[in-house]
Design a protein. Sequence first.
Length: 338
Amino acid sequence: MKIKTILLAGMAAALLTGLSASAQQPAQPPNATIPEMPKETTRTGKHVNRIIDMWKKGQPVYYAQISGGGYEKGKEMAATKADYITYEMEHGPLDFKELQEFMRGLVEAGPTRTGHKTPAVIVTLPISGTTDAVRANAWMIQQTLAAGVHGILLCNAESPEAARLMIEASRYPFAPRVDGLAQGTRGNGSQGYASRMWGVTPQEYLRIADPWPMNPDGELLFGLKIENPRADANVEASVRVPGISFAEWGPGDHGFFILGRPGAYAPGTGREAMQAVRTRVLNATKASKTMFLNSCSDNPKSDSYVIDMIKDGTMICTGGDSPAADIGRKFTKRTDPF
């Protein structure tokens, strides 16, 4: 009896080990069900995502930021000159119904001057960018995408594992395989409302709702906010995760870590340390061929500030409706209307 009990216990342990391993490595479907990743885009005409069209022309993009807002706010923002709108839910209310209504307002008041159905919409979420937090809150990523937005910016993105989990949560299980990524986990039903916001069929949405430029036919963009010393230590690896297309250095949060409470230190304190962080993130984006986000309107007394930022490698600028953005567009000889 004792031997039998030991054998049964051993079999149970082996079974649990196998279940644990299979949970960590999702089973892959047969090869015949997975399309090949296109080597170049098969689309013709404009992208759904205006940012991609501008980047493919070598143009920096400019964004406006709002903290929530529903249908009427969407109608109002449809007239923005900005290439995209940051819809802030990191510190604002986490309200997916309001986000859906915002997207509907954008659509019904569109199209944009560039002929896109809407400005692109990139969302920030109240997810701390650690591996455990992203894994536990993948549902937020999927709810956000189901509203028909065009991407997500992960705040306090501390590790490549957290970035990878965000990308996997954003992809469908049948998406083309990519080395370094497990099978996607987005579910059926998420394509309905989102496809209407994009002006495509549900079937087409399922095909193109994938990260660009990893997938040349993709229309989703995913970025990382590198905002604390833990994130700094991993930035070179994090921005190389397949599916990540841009990053920023988060001077506000970095200031909390490096300088302390605002107002408790003299102006100019820690400038070299802050500049070193910015340089590290900028260099990481250049090395990984991802785009760098930076403020382009920090010096209202200098018309050349935005030009200096663009020359330095900034491809995403704040102030989409500001005079600084107009200066930047003129400098890069943008021909698209705005």
